[in-house]
Design a protein around this ligand. Structure first.
Ligand code: GLU
Length: 480
């Protein structure tokens, strides 16, 4: 049987899902699925100061909405649980003890004041190895007296540690530069640096996919694997996501570029499928195709590590908008209505045909968030600008338009079947009977009801949307 791979997504519960994190989750998932492997979700909540209530739900909701389904994780035990780090504390203590026994870790009793005094002018702290070689009796005594302590990793002081990242290639660091990092904090919680290594090993993770902010600290993690005698995983670090600044430069994607969380994008009216499709291409490209539209199932087949790029990807909101617009056009009618109609229900008067209006808007919006603005002309009677009645092509003037509208009003009052087709026939006939150009009548009526030069739909379509009563009132108002 071919060797299968296991990947994981290990978010910290911060309260929102940054697009960069979502991309990490997606790539990690796709990498596993493309090879028939397993994908694990693990919640990394050992930084107790940064806990946010409800944050785990945000993670779970995001994965559900985007269709990134995990094989193992909270609520889905696959034999490696629990999958929430705060529920695994005894385990980390056992493994830390193991390192102490083997001489790869030690207790450190340095006070916060002492550590503070080691900081340089910039406030950056080093550690001088003060407790590295305390006599065992002294350690025992201090522990017995209940002295606060941490556990540190004993780093080698000579040599070089390297590994080969799948995206960035070889990464090396002189061991002399490594600090004796903390594995277990004074509050008894493990650091990320320690527990993610223990978990990745115990959970059988073969490929660690994550943001490149961990690229240069990974040698330290490799040393932990080595200290335990465990096989190191493969590393796949992903390039930063950048945003376009006003001055044309790029910088790390942040709030000033626009919405940066999945939740905010959804709130602005983006579709999860469009977001997934777009971010799939932010740092990866498929081989042998120029196609840009992919379903999750297609991505699961196509994804491979050699399509990953190490140059920073620029998040382009315009491009995402375009993707979203295309997805909206392709949505099944019912799904589209389910999203669009409630928005119109909230803003349009009761007689408005919201379904019809929604359909007219469909090809003209890029996000659902644009609907209120696009439908403003239907939500209320916006002021009528007389100059709009002047149109060269149809040879209309405000005076001619008034004449035509006043002329057709009585006819319209008699129309019983108030729909696009009937109204079209009635107005065409009216034009023919009175020697007007049909285009001119349509222009006059459309401007009078919509009060906009550019509208989603023609005169009679809009009349159907407004309904008979509202249309007649708008026309009467225009004549006045
Ligand atoms: N909890 C870490 C984070 O959210 C995970 C890093 C990793 O994937 O190893 O940045």
């Amino acid at each position: 049987m071919a060797e299968t791979i296991t990947t994981r997504f290990a978010p910290s519960p911060t309260g929102h899902m940054h697009i960069g994190n979502l991309r990490t989750a997606l790539y990690s998932y796709l990498l596993a699925k493309a090879q028939g492997g397993k994908f694990i979700l693990r919640i990394e909540d050992t930084d107790r100061e940064r806990l946010v209530e409800g944050a785990q739900e945000v993670i779970l909701d995001t994965l559900r909405m985007t269709g990134i389904t995990y094989d193992e994780g909270p609520g889905k035990d696959g034999g490696h649980g629990p999958y929430i780090q705060s529920e695994r504390l005894p385990l980390y203590h056992d493994y830390a003890q193991q390192l102490i026994q083997s001489g790869h870790a030690y207790y450190c009793f340095c006070t916060p004041e002492r550590l503070e005094s080691l900081k340089d002018e910039k406030g950056i702290g080093g550690y001088d190895g003060h407790c590295r070689n305390l006599p065992p009796e002294e350690v025992a005594e201090k522990l017995a007296s209940g002295m606060p302590h941490v556990i540190r990793q004993k780093m080698p002081q000579t040599g070089v540690t390297s590994y080969t990242d799948h995206v960035y290639g070889e990464v090396s660091i002189d061991n002399a530069e490594l600090r004796d990092q903390i594995l277990i904090k004074a509050d008894g919680y493990p650091t990320y640096n320690f527990c993610h290594v223990v978990d990745d090993h115990l959970m059988g993770v073969t490929h660690v996919v994550r943001g490149n902010e961990y690229l240069t600290s990974t040698p330290k993690y490799c040393l932990l694997y080595d200290a335990f005698g465990w096989e190191r995983p493969a590393y796949v670090h992903l390039p930063l996501l950048m945003g376009k600044d006003a001055d044309g430069n790029v910088s790390k994607l942040s709030k000033r570029h626009g919405a940066v969380s999945f939740q905010d994008l959804v709130r602005q009216g983006y579709l999860p499928e469009a977001i997934v499709n777009y971010i799939a291409l932010l740092g990866w490209s498929p081989k042998d195709t120029t196609e840009e539209f992919f379903t999750m199932d297609e991505l699961k087949k196509l994804f491979s590590m050699d399509g990953l790029s190490k140059s920073p990807a620029v998040f382009d909101y315009e491009k995402l908008k375009w993707f979203n617009g295309e997805y909206i056009k392709k949505m099944p009618v019912d799904a589209y209505r389910e999203r669009a109609v409630p928005i119109l229900e909230e803003i349009c008067p009761p007689g408005t045909d919201r379904e019809k209006l929604a359909e007219l808007l469909r090809t003209r919006i890029a996000t659902f968030g644009e609907i209120p603005e696009r439908a403003a002309f239907a939500a209320e009677r916006i002021p009528l600008d007389e100059s709009l009645f002047t149109n060269k092509k149809n040879k209309t003037t405000p005076e001619l338009c008034r004449e035509m509208i006043a002329g057709c009003l009585p006819l319209l009052e008699g129309v019983e079947q108030w729909d696009n087709d009937t109204l079209f026939v009635v107005l065409k006939q009216f034009a023919a009977d009175n020697g007007y150009k049909a285009g001119a009548v349509m222009w006059a009526v459309r401007i009078a009801v919509a009060r906009l030069a550019v509208t989603p739909g023609g005169a009679t379509e809009l009349m159907e949307v407004f309904g008979k009563a509202e249309t007649l009132e708008r026309l009467q108002e225009a004549v006045k």
